[in-house]
Design a protein. Sequence first.
Length: 208
Amino acid sequence: MSIIDKQFTILGIAGSTTELSYNRLALRAAQKLVPDNTRLEIFDLDEIEDIHLFNPRQVRLLPDVVVELKNSVRTADAILFVTLEYENSIPAVLEDAINRASTPREDNVWRDKPVALMSVTISDSAKMHNLKRLRELVQFMKMVPLNEPELIISHAAGQFDMGGNLTDDETKNSIRQLLSKLVEFSNDLTLMKHKRLILDAINKAGAE
């Protein structure tokens, strides 16, 4: 089985711990909109919210939920963050989770992970700044962000039915496009990495 043929796994993380938040509903909708041979697993941040905020002096004393998060990130091929905006930024629980999974420094599981960004709001997207903050954090943690598309779902209240199902076809297509681009982007990065490894091996052999 080639690198491209194996099943592709996206880890989805929503920046909300509210069960019926539109961000979590959008993430669940995305599970049904993935490309062929792709699955989207969701890691809920509920338990992250229940532990003390990140303390850099305790980076080697990792709670079980942080170990679980790190393992989920490590085994995923790519990451999808879906977040609301909070005070022109992202929720503390999401930033805390990202910080925790980056420590200790030599085990930053985010490093080199392809990542796509999505945000959902009940208002107009024009005034949103959270994805800018999230992109800064993603780049600082050495992830590799997909630059386009960057998806913002506005006026979310009118896009989901009473059962929490996404009903807007245009939004569904936008999510499909985002996920397809993420898979394509990730596979391209993987091929580039393997080509570099082959070239390095050839050059090393030539030098010897």
